[in-house]
Design a protein around this ligand. Sequence first.
Ligand SMILES: *Cc1c(COP(=O)(O)O)cnc(C)c1O
Length: 392
Amino acid sequence: MQLVNSVKAQDVAVQRALEDVPHYVNECEALIAENCNDSVHFLYADKIREKASLFLNNFRGSSLYAIKANPHPAIMNLLWHYGVRKFEMASLREIEYVVNMFPEAELYFMHPVKSRQAIRGAYALGVRTFAFDCLDELRKIEEETDHASDLSLFLRVRVDQVNAAYPLSDKFGVPVQEAPLLIQRAQQNAQKVGLTFHVGSQCMDPAAYSEALSQIANMLSSSGVSIDKLDIGGGFPVYYPGMEPGLLEGYFDTIHRALDEHGLDTLELYCEPGRALVAEAGAVAVRVEMRKGQALYMNDGTYGALFDAGVPGWTYPLELRKMDGAEVSDGALPFRLYGPTCDSCDKMEGPFELPDNIAEGDWVIFRHLGAYGYAMQTRFNGFYSETMVAIG
Ligand SMILES: *Cc1c(COP(=O)(O)O)cnc(C)c1O
């Protein structure tokens, strides 16, 4: 009886998290009922549960959700429901958004370069944790928080990027050898000081993390400076065609072993997953508006949810849905895709392997697009989609 009741309570809470999102049994039903002229975003709540519990139960420290990956309210509510309480943010708007949504949330303002107004506004909203990567930014933080003594400051360091599909280190971060002076300088006022890095998004080799930890451990021991916190950033990968990473548990094992080996295991530990928490919890259905041979003109593209298909040129696990009940052919062909805007940059080379009888009116479901899809749409030329529906 107890069990039945608690299962019901869970269901009710999930329903509430999904309050503003229509719910359908399957994708075809959703596409028919919505009869949408734009692409359609699908949300799979079970995947959020699975990934949140994977991070919360298996990673040794705290997991912050990097909200830029997908800030849709339904995603945020589900993550909160499944226990995520800490959020990694880069802008004052993101902070205001999270504070409005969850007044109890723990806030981490981890952009290494912030405007003065953003720092001051964030402090007023309760942010006490900031990142910096140079002396001028440290001074900005001190000045705009009126030399607060209750800050946790993370110095962003630049580590060698081993095998990241999407490098993130040429823009931010101080070389590890230059960290000691900045750490000591930050320690003059801050309550706690930590180090953070980002190995690059969609990091295909867990050795990137252990290598970064080894560089940090060497720097700490040779300089004699000590820190309180260590934030290993995001970068945890998911599967895309041609990119088959190992299990996240294996990444955690490698990271935990490196922490133990280098004597970093007593530090307060954090990670900042974006993609790995939400990518598999989403998909985007995109309609074929025209077929010209092996070129397909779609209703979403690089200015919309398919930026990563167009610019870094990724492909996704794809599935075809024919709405007229016709059979999907077994034979496949490589296709090139065009997005809906009038810009000739709005194209995706792929090649995307799709059934050879694909035709106008069919929908292509791009899986594992719960991260950096919905979040990256522009409104260019009037093409974007606000249609998010829960499936299952
Ligand atoms: C984008 C970003 C993340 C999330 O990265 P993923 O590769 O999506 O896990 C985490 N931390 C910072 C500072 C970021 O800029």
